[in-house]
Design a protein around this ligand. Structure first.
Ligand code: XMP
Length: 512
């Protein structure tokens, strides 16, 4: 395996993901535990991540010395490069210019990291994000690439197989980055590249068995892909120790409860408790306008329901959820790190502290498209695996302003028409996620010979690969016109339809 030492970068998981894409197994350890992990089982290679700290301060994290002594290849990225330089005899100082965003590197020499990708004399786009910079490299190293603000943009000690890059090869904005990581994992570290999602599935099953032992587990099903994949995975891992609970929160889309119940009971033969808690949720949500409050209420109501269901089956020690990596990174704020809470994804930041079940989250390291691959691996039907994501807090976060039952019903009907038209136009699979939002604003219109004064419905559709960044979908105007007139004609309460053309960032995909 390749060991990734995490210095707290927002994108450390992307390194792991790129390594997985090369068919190589990797493990991430926080820098504090890296020494122990190296001692326990020496990896075939080490990658040092970026991080928010400054190597110029004595108190900040360092790489475990052992990483450089084992004789295995090391790829040190950004903060990792600076730490490696500082630890092996080079020097780092704070730069006058922060280099942030797109930059270009000039390749000075060929090296194994660039093999077949970049050649001496070429110039290539990369993504930089650093304040400090290396000003002297340790003995044995050579400069293999430079940039305007980083004379040591890439360095190598080919004899010891130590490589450092100031830029981030793991992000999409370094277009050749994945291939550089591939070179490191396969050519330099010599990994075979045979690791697959099937292997992940076996490891995940083994980990779940180890974590839960003989205890009972409750799995909350939302009807989305993530929780369904978790349910099927757990069913395979622990059979009838698992109870799946599908909670009708009253903020689901039209037809959703029926679909989920029939899929699990009839198709997969997984026992399912169908709990209609619509009134409980809506009573608590009614009149609430603040998005974070909505998320917290939904999170804690879910737990109340799960705890009641756990009692009914004589107690469950664990709650399984389909938490994905982007949910984790956007909800968690690392101490001293650059990552701040964007929104409390209900299954991470939205959970109440008083909860007395431990969490089982086998997808916590994965990105959405990887979960889909895992779903296919587990035999979930393609049209189910390729469903658009649907957030746990459901329609409640697509209804800006105070929640009420009437507006919720209007939204549900508009959403159904919008998705129906998307399917009819054959666009469903080209879009990452599409949904309607009902604004708490009424505008004047004229319908027939009457004045109308009704709500505005906004339509959202985005493309994305992992939900971390997204762009609006460029529908043609005829399509938008068709959806607009159907919604206005068929849904009482809406007299105006608008289309959201915001990307993420600066927007998020959901409106709340
Ligand atoms: P945002 O709105 O943060 O959404 O750009 C990124 C993706 O995550 C989904 N999302 C959630 N999923 N619980 C979930 O299970 C949540 O609380 C939650 N909030 C957002 C969103 O639909 C999009 O696919």
């Amino acid at each position: 395996r390749i060991l990734i030492v995490d210095f707290g970068s927002q994108v450390t998981q992307l390194i792991a993901r790129r390594v997985r894409e090369c068919g190589v197994y990797s493990e991430i350890v926080p820098f504090q535990n890296a020494e122990a992990a190296l001692r326990e089982a020496p990896p075939v290679a080490v990658i040092l991540s970026g991080g928010p700290a400054s190597v110029t301060l004595d108190t900040t994290p360092r790489a475990p010395a052992m990483a450089f002594e084992l004789g295995v290849p090391v790829l040190a990225i950004c903060y990792g490069e600076q730490a490696m330089c500082a630890q092996l005899g080079g020097r780092v100082e704070a730069a006058d210019h922060r280099e942030f965003g797109r930059a270009f590197v000039d390749i000075q020499r060929d090296c194994a990291l660039f093999d077949g990708v970049w050649q001496a004399g070429e110039r290539h786009q990369v993504w930089m994000s650093h304040g400090d910079r290396v000003i002297a490299i340790p003995d044995g190293f050579e400069v293999v690439a430079t940039s305007d603000n980083a004379p040591f943009a890439a360095i190598a000690d080919e004899r010891r197989r130590l490589y450092g890059v100031q830029f981030h090869p793991e992000v999409m904005h370094t277009p050749d980055g994945a291939r550089l990581i591939g070179n490191f994992a396969r050519r330099i570290a010599g990994c075979e590249g045979e690791w697959t999602m099937a292997a992940f599935r076996d490891e995940a099953i083994a980990r779940v068995r180890e974590q839960v032992g003989k205890e009972r587990v409750i799995c909350g099903l939302s009807g989305g892909v993530d929780s369904s994949v978790v349910a099927v995975l757990l069913h395979e891992a622990i059979g009838d120790q698992l109870t799946c609970v599908f909670v009708d929160t009253g903020v689901l889309r039209a037809g959703e409860p029926e679909q989920v119940v029939s899929l699990f009971r009839d198709h997969y033969n997984i026992p399912l408790v169908h709990r209609d808690a619509a009134d409980l949720f809506i009573d608590r949500l009614e009149g609430v306008a603040d998005p974070e409050k909505k998320r917290k209420i939904i999170g804690s109501t879910f737990i109340d329901v799960f705890e009641e269901e756990a009692k009914k089956i004589g107690g469950a020690r664990f709650l399984a959820q389909g938490t994905l990596y982007p949910d984790v990174i956007e909800s968690v704020s690392f101490t001293g790190g650059p990552s701040v809470t964007i929104k409390s994804h209900h299954n991470v930041g939205g959970l109440p502290e008083r909860m007395n079940m431990a969490l089982v989250e086998p997808l916590r390291e994965l990105f959405k498209d990887e979960v889909r691959e895992l779903g296919r691996e587990l035999g979930l039907a393609a049209d189910f695996v390729d469903r658009h994501p649907f957030p746990g807090p459901g329609l409640a976060i697509r209804l800006p302003g105070a929640i009420d039952r009437e507006r919720l019903e209007i939204l549900r009907r508009a959403d159904l028409i919008y998705l129906d038209e998307i399917r009819k136009a054959g666009l469903y699979d080209a879009i990452w996620q599409a949904f309607a939002v009902l604004l708490p604003v009424r505008t004047v219109g004229v319908m027939g010979d009457e004045r109308s004064y009704e709500y505005v419905c906004a339509l959202r559709a985005v493309t994305s690969t992992d939900g971390m960044t997204a762009d609006y979908y460029p529908f043609d105007h005829a399509f938008l016109g068709r959806v607009s007139s159907r919604i206005i004609n068929e849904v009482r309460g809406v007299n105006r339809v608008v289309y959201d053309v915001t990307s993420k960032p600066p927007g998020t995909i959901e409106w709340e």
